[in-house]
Structure formats: structure tokens, C-alpha cells
Design a protein around this ligand. Structure first.
Ligand code: AHR
Length: 659
């Protein structure tokens, strides 16, 4: 063979190999090869009052310690003025008669003008004030003789008034009365304070000193912060898990979450300490309490508002095992089980049933249609199984259709996990809750985690997960693109296995930039702003593009779960008539692939490519809130094939109309 022949043979061989290699690298989607159904509630959110998620967060109350029940009664408040003498402003405690809300303020007023006598509240890390917005001040008061006027005002750090109103309480008897007045702010200030000054001679008792912005979600009185709810609504989550999280368990049993104490008039909801108050020595939060202004009724209402299934998690007779690990003896578990039974009646019961009546009286005669409930949060050990068995027996015999979610403990592997997972599967648990706070690499390595799970066994709820950029509970953890893209890659495995994984939620959900205990978190807020992390946008892309059926997507006849650092899943949406393909390139180099879509459906000539792409260290901030966020562009489909140029470290989502 001469040199020319040799060169020709080499070129031909190379071309053939190249074509073969390219063919092997073609991704094939088969739209009529359905491998699982996607549950409508597949992608949801996990809400816990951690990081000032509720009080000082989504619950829009602006006054901290409004009823003087914190361990230091005047925490958050200062009293001042030229005429204030010792004994003029007192905290009284009527615990014997009002155990839910024992303390109130007794004021002996001698004030004549501003500066004489006042009390000031610092708010939760200050009070965010918006120019032109209405603020609603309300108070519970009683005074035997009319005479003391209340001047309510928002002030800036120099004492300048940003808006004010006068409330002239009418003469009352010894009954507590509620009165309110509104005013408009004339400036935007990030960290204002609330000041109440007294004018007139007389004695007045005050409780539940409250201030709400006029722009709450759905304009509800005493409602939720609209911008935070909107972030959730925009995701169209399939469910809301509430109220946690470890908060369900409590540091000890006495501080566990008890739903019955969170409903009814807000002034009767007994406040307790928030268990995250002292959890981390490096992030002390001594003023973190749960007022339950956001209680179970409001959780159900929120779920309904945004079209999500409610998923309450109840205490199973165990306090947090990382803390006190207190247990309720088995023969004293009945009240706990009764709480669970009553909750179903509260949510779904007829208005003539005792708890259905309570719901109706609170303003919601129609049932909330509760379909599932978690027994225990992150509990583990044989003690959990013993208690769970009693709960399951009672709940299933009365409400066989309610799906029960069981805990598999704190970790997705190891002895603790196996000791629960194996018996729970034998018992045919409806749904098993798995938690993983792991490294980004763990998420990449575990994209096939559910490929081998029994399709006919218990279903999985990936109830809490988030990639940790450094290590779990490390205060330097970041919501960076490295974590978000690893989660996106892992989620292809959740989606591919939607026949096993019925629900999933990132955790935690909210964090106040000044008042957090745990990081990373999906959405960060301050007094006036809110931004979604890269992780938020990943969750949102999945949730808004969940489809109805999982379809086959293969490369070289294999699922795409890490080969060449690619991860992929595909669904069709029967209602929207689309095929949706998700491809993650977790490598530092761009990767080109032809994606051929086979099947009986005819594809449109144009589709949409939504991409998220960035450096691994990239984050969003208040100043650059959408630095890492999805961008849309058009996409052409030729011969049932799209050419995907997957940028380095990118998440590509392709949507193609079909019929
Ligand atoms: O999401 C933060 C905490 O992590 C949850 O409260 C708990 O369930 C888990 O340990």
C-alpha cells in the first residue's frame, strides 16, 4: 500500500469512527415510550419557621414581641420620655386567668406632647417601610375612663416621622377592646422603628400592639408578606410541607408544634420559643419566638391559594433526637394520635363536626381536601417504629384514604436509614420521607439512586434536600451554581423515577439575610426585598415543566446519568401537548449533542430552549437578584432532531410543541 492509499484508508476509518462516535452520542427521546406517570404534586416546597421564615418573615406582622410574652417581657421594646417616672409603664401578668396570653402593659400616662412618654419597637431587624404604602396599626386596650390618646408612628433612625395616626380609645369598662387606625408612609426606609406615644392623663392597659403593611397577600388583614408568597406562587408548587422540620419535634416535648394551639383568634394563640433560638452557638437568636400568627388555618389557606396540596407533618411523640430525645410513653400517646385524627376532621370534616365547625367559624366552611399527612419529622430508631405503628393503626382505620408519610431518619444511607427503611417497606408504608443534605458531588453521584428501587413498593418523598457547598450546617455554605446544578442533575434521577419518587422538596425554604441560622436556603429576604437563589430557579424550572408522563431518553441505549458529565430526563405534557427535555452538562467544556425525538407525535418546527449557565461559584444577591437565572431562546427542529450546544456547567430545558 502506497502513502496515498494509506492516507485514504486512515481518513475513511477516521470518518467511519467519527460517524459511529457521533451516532453513539446522539440522544434519543421516545415520546410514546412512557416509563412512569408524574404525580401532579411532584415538586413542592418545604416550609419551616427557621431563619425567620414565619415571624419576621412571611407572616407580615412588623412588631416584635407584640404581646410582651418573650422571656424578657420588653424584649424588642424601649420606653422613654421626659415625663416617664418609675412605675409609669409596667408589665402585668394574669397567668391564672389568661394562660395563653398572660402579659400586658399598664401605662400611667401624664404625657402632653411628643417626647413626654413613649414606647418604641425595633421590629424584626428593623421595620421595612415603603413610601405611599398604608400601614394598619391595631391594639387591644382597656381603660376605665377615656383620656389617653395613642399616637402611632413610624420613625427613621434619627426619629423623623415617616407616617403617623392618632387613635383615641373610647371609654370602656373593664373589657378588652380592639381598635385600629391606618396611615400612609411618606418615605421608603429599610430599617425604621415603630413609636407609640401617649397623650393625656389616665391609665390604659395595652396588649397585641400590632402593625401590618397594607399590601399583604390577597390584602388579608393580619396576613402574609405578598412578595414572599408570590415567589412560591410563581413556582406553582405541587404541595407545601409545613410546619417543618425539627420545629415539629421541638427541642423538648413541651416546645413541640401543636396545631390546635395555632388556630382561633391570634391573641389566644399561645406563643412559644422557636427551637432555632438556641440551636447554633454560632448563630444565636435569643429573640426568635413563634407567635403562630401563621398557624395551621393559614397554612391550609396558603396552600389552597397557590394551588398546592397541604402536607402537614405532626409530632409522633418524640422530641428532637439531636436535642433532648424526650419520648412520650406508649400508653400516653393517645392525645398525640387524637391531634392527628382531629386535624383531618379540621381540614376535611363537615361543618357540623366539632373540628369542621371550628374551620367554618374561622372563615372556611368548604373542606381543605387534605390528602396526606406526615407522622414524625426526622425521627429514627425502634422508638419511632413503635409509635408510628399506633398512629398508623388509628389513622388508617378511620381515614384509610389519607396517605401517610413515614420518616427514614436523618440520612439517606447507613444503619439508621436501613433500620427504618427495611421494616417500613415490609409494612408497605405509603410514602417514605428521605432527607439528604450532602455535597454537590454526592448529588451528581446519586443521580441513579432510585433506578433500582422497587416500582411496586412504598413510594419516596425526597422531603428535604440541598447540596451543601462546604458541609452540613456550615455557616459559610453558599447557594452557588455548583450546588444548584448538582441538584438539577440529581433531579433528572428523581424525574426519571417518578414512578417511585412521588414528591420532592428543597430545604430550607426562606432565610432572612440578617436573621438566619441555617444556610443554604432557597429564597433570601430582607425587610423590603426578596430574591431567588440559583437553586430556586432550578426548582422552579422543574416545577413549571413537570409534564404528565416520563418518557424514555437514552444515549447509546443507556440512561444519561453522568456519562461525559451529562444528565438528562424527558417528559411529555399531555395537557399542554409538549415534549420537555432536561439536560445538565456538569463539565467545564461545552458538549454538543443531536437529540432525536421519535414517536407517534408530530413535532412543531420551532421550540424553546431555556438555559441556565454560569461559573460554579456564581450566586444571586439582593443587588444582582437574577445573575444566575433562566434565559429563553428559540430552537429549530429539523428531521425530528434538535442540535443542543450545552454550554459548560449548564442546565438546558427544551420544550417542543407536539400533537
Ligand atoms: O431544614 C433544616 C432542618 O434540617 C430541618 O428542620 C430538619 O428536619 C433537618 O435536620
Amino acid at each position: 500500500m502506497n502513502f496515498r492509499q494509506l492516507a485514504l484508508t486512515a481518513i475513511t476509518t477516521f470518518s467511519v469512527l467519527n460517524v459511529m462516535a457521533q451516532k453513539n452520542k446522539t440522544i434519543v427521546v421516545q415520546t410514546d415510550k412512557i416509563t412512569a406517570q408524574v404525580q401532579p404534586e411532584m415538586w413542592g416546597v418545604f416550609f419551616e419557621d427557621i431563619n425567620m421564615g414565619a415571624d419576621g418573615g412571611i407572616y407580615a406582622e412588623l412588631i416584635k414581641n407584640r404581646s410582651f410574652e418573650f422571656y424578657k417581657p420588653l424584649m424588642g421594646w424601649t420606653t422613654q420620655g421626659l415625663r416617664v417616672k418609675e412605675g409609669d409603664i409596667l408589665v402585668l401578668n394574669r397567668k391564672e386567668t389568661h394562660s395563653n396570653n398572660p402579659r400586658y402593659l399598664h401605662v400611667n400616662s401624664t404625657g402632653a406632647k411628643r417626647g413626654d412618654m413613649s414606647i418604641t419597637n425595633e421590629g424584626f431587624k428593623g421595620i421595612g417601610v415603603k413610601k405611599g404604602l398604608r400601614y394598619d396599626f391595631s391594639v387591644l386596650y382597656r381603660q376605665a375612663t377615656a383620656g389617653v390618646k395613642l399616637h402611632a408612628e413610624l420613625i427613621d433612625s434619627t426619629g423623623k416621622v415617616l407616617g403617623s395616626a392618632v387613635l383615641n380609645p373610647e371609654r370602656t369598662t373593664q373589657q378588652w377592646e380592639s381598635q385600629s387606625v391606618s396611615f400612609t408612609a411618606n418615605e421608603t426606609v429599610q430599617k425604621a422603628k415603630f413609636n407609640l406615644w401617649f397623650e393625656g392623663e389616665g391609665q390604659i392597659d395595652l396588649d397585641m400592639i400590632s402593625l401590618f403593611p397594607g399590601d399583604t397577600w390577597k390584602n388579608r388583614k393580619g396576613g402574609l408578606r405578598a412578595d414572599m408568597v408570590q415567589m412560591l406562587a410563581d413556582m406553582k408548587p405541587g404541595f407545601i410541607r409545613f410546619p417543618g422540620g425539627c420545629i415539629v419535634e421541638g427541642h423538648e416535648l413541651s416546645t413541640r408544634y401543636q396545631w390546635k394551639k395555632t388556630i382561633g383568634p391570634v391573641e389566644s394563640r399561645e406563643l412559644i420559643v422557636n427551637r432555632w433560638n438556641t440551636e447554633f452557638a454560632h448563630r444565636p437568636s435569643p429573640d426568635y419566638y413563634q407567635t403562630f400568627g401563621l398557624g395551621f388555618y393559614e397554612y391550609f389557606q396558603l396552600s389552597e391559594d397557590i394551588g398546592a396540596e397541604a402536607l402537614p407533618i405532626l409530632n409522633c411523640g418524640m422530641a428532637c433526637q439531636f436535642n433532648t430525645a424526650e419520648l412520650v410513653p406508649l400508653d400516653e400517646l393517645d392525645p398525640y394520635i387524637q391531634d392527628a385524627l382531629d386535624l383531618i376532621e379540621f381540614a376535611n370534616g363537615d361543618i357540623n363536626s366539632p373540628w369542621g365547625k371550628v374551620r367554618a367559624e374561622m372563615g372556611h366552611p368548604a373542606p381543605f381536601n387534605l390528602k396526606m399527612m406526615g407522622i414524625g419529622n426526622e425521627n429514627w430508631g425502634p422508638q419511632y417504629l413503635e409509635r408510628l405503628a399506633l398512629f398508623t393503626k388509628a389513622l388508617k382505620s378511620k381515614y384509610p384514604d389519607i396517605r401517610l408519610i413515614n420518616s427514614s431518619g436523618t440520612d439517606p444511607v447507613g444503619e439508621r436509614f436501613d433500620l427504618l427503611n427495611t421494616p417500613l417497606r415490609k409494612m408497605k408504608a405509603d410514602i417514605i420521607d428521605e432527607h439528604y443534605y450532602r455535597s454537590p458531588q454526592w448529588f451528581l453521584d446519586n443521580a441513579k439512586r432510585y433506578d433500582g428501587y422497587d416500582r411496586n413498593g412504598s413510594k419516596v418523598f425526597a422531603g428535604e434536600y440541598a447540596a451543601q457547598s462546604i458541609s452540613t450546617t456550615n455557616p459559610k455554605n453558599q447557594n452557588n451554581w455548583q450546588c444548584a446544578i448538582a441538584e438539577a442533575a440529581f433531579m433528572t434521577g428523581l424525574e426519571r423515577n417518578a414512578g417511585v419518587v412521588h414528591m420532592a422538596s428543597y430545604a430550607p425554604l426562606f432565610a432572612n439575610a440578617e436573621g438566619w441560622q441555617w444556610t443554604p436556603d432557597m429564597i433570601w429576604v430582607d425587610n423590603l426585598h426578596v430574591y431567588g437563589t440559583p437553586n430556586y430557579y432550578v426548582q422552579k424550572l422543574y416545577s413549571l415543566n413537570k409534564g404528565t408522563d416520563v418518557v424514555s431518553i437514552l444515549s447509546n441505549n443507556k440512561v444519561i446519568a453522568g456519562q461525559d458529565s451529562l444528565y438528562a430526563s424527558a417528559v411529555i405534557d399531555r395537557k399542554k401537548k409538549e415534549v420537555i427535555i432536561k439536560v445538565i452538562n456538569a463539565s467545564a467544556t461545552a458538549i454538543n449533542r443531536n437529540i432525536t425525538i421519535k414517536g407517534k407525535y408530530k413535532l412543531a418546527a420551532e421550540g424553546t430552549l431555556t438555559q441556565m449557565q454560569n461559573d460554579l461559584k456564581a450566586v444571586n444577591t439582593f443587588k444582582d437578584a437574577i445573575h444566575v437565572s433562566p434565559k429563553d431562546e428559540g430552537l429549530t427542529i429539523k428531521n425530528n432532531t434538535v442540535v443542543l450546544n450545552a454550554a459548560p456547567y449548564s442546565f438546558s430545558l427544551i420544550r417542543i410543541p407536539m400533537n
